[in-house]
Design a protein around this ligand. Structure first.
Ligand code: 3Y8
Ligand code: NAP
Length: 253
């Protein structure tokens, strides 16, 4: 009897949860508990860390999990490493549902960097209005360049003011729309965009807005992870579970 653990927190994980609920595939959805009100899922949901790879391993045994789908964000590297470690010690099968990285299109003006630190170092120069779409965890790094006015998009209101001299905070969780992001960039007079190469459709609209307005993009590339079996569509996950595809279900690429 299969029982699947979905490691969630992305648009793809939400699509997967809907498919599993429609097909009545026994599954538990898991959030880290990073935001106040995570999106409700149509599956039994647990919220919070497991306590490292060992804690995840204990959870798998306790819940008699047979399969894990790692549908977490490409920058959520630690949980992905834990899932690899926990399943290597057990006979639980693991698949990763990833979305392809974004690629620059003609006329895009991208400066690709390997880390948040490199993104910060690229912001020398005259004061600009910079859209920071990287969440709230790394804002302090940008305090070394106080000349800019930062426009921050966060899921929840910050507990304390960000350590930045000039900033505007926008509370929104996405998925976002091209019209919405274009209006936002125009309204906030954005001159530069800093973001992670999240991939997927849930947050690509800021890139479309930057393209339309000719705004340069500082693109933080994904962390490298050990090679693992990964697919890019819900149907491929269903096939992996030996389940027929759900009619009309679109892929996540
Ligand atoms: C808690 C669960 C859905 C899922 C929506 C996707 C799309 C919007 C892009 C911008 C970029 C950012 C951030 C972002 C994206 C989707 C997806 C995606 C980026 C939620 C969610 C959780 C989180 C955690 C949160 C992080 C933060 C990152 C905001 C839910 C909404 C910036 C990443 O306040 C915090 O502590 C926020 C933390 C990790 C990165 C960071 O370091 O701050 N995501 N995001 C998950 C959990 O608890 O397990 O509430 O729905 C999920 C989504 N975030 O089904 O609609 O699929 O990529 N999330 C980045 O890409 O740079 C926003 O604003 O343009
Ligand atoms: P991370 O750095 O890889 O993980 C840090 C710790 O958070 C993990 O070791 C684990 O704690 C816990 N954790 C992470 N994801 C979890 C999940 N789905 N269920 C239960 N515990 C989880 O992860 P992160 O970057 O903080 O991301 C946290 C969540 O936000 C993930 O679900 C991710 O999909 C989502 N998200 C992240 C980003 C991003 O930019 N990082 C963007 C969008 C969405 P224990 O070690 O205690 O088990």
């Amino acid at each position: 009897m299969i029982k699947v653990l979905i490691l969630g927190g992305t648009t793809e994980a939400s699509s997967l949860a809907s498919a599993f609920a429609q097909l009545r595939i026994p599954a538990i959805f898991s959030y880290a508990g990073r935001v106040n009100k995570p999106k409700t899922q149509p599956l039994p949901t647990r919220i919070g860390g497991f306590g490292g790879a060992a804690g995840l391993g204990a959870f798998l045994a306790q819940e008699r999990i047979t399969h894990i789908v790692d549908a977490t964000h490409p920058f959520a590297a630690q949980i992905s490493r834990n899932a690899l470690a926990a399943t290597a010690q057990s006979n639980v099968a693991l698949i990763t549902l990833t979305r392809p990285a974004w690629r620059p299109e003609l006329n895009d003006n991208w400066h690709c960097v390997a880390s948040i630190e490199e993104a910060v170092n690229s912001l020398t120069g005259q004061p600009q209005r910079v859209f920071l779409a990287i969440g709230r965890m790394h804002l302090h790094a940008f305090s070394t360049h106080p000349q800019h006015h930062y426009v921050l998009r966060l899921v929840d209101p910050p507990d304390a003011p960000p350590p930045l001299a000039h900033f505007t905070t926008i509370i929104d969780r996405g998925p976002f729309t091209p019209e919405g992001d274009l209006a936002l960039f125009k309204g906030q007079r954005i001159e530069r965009l800093v973001c992670k190469n999240a991939g997927g459709s849930g947050a690509s609209s800021k890139l479309e807005a930057a393209r339309t307005l000719g705004i340069p993009v500082v693109m933080i590339e994904r962390p490298t992870l050990p090679s693992r079996y990964h697919v890019h569509s819900v149907d491929e996950v269903l096939a992996w579970l030996h389940h027929a595809p759900l009619d009309g279900l679109t892929s996540v690429t």
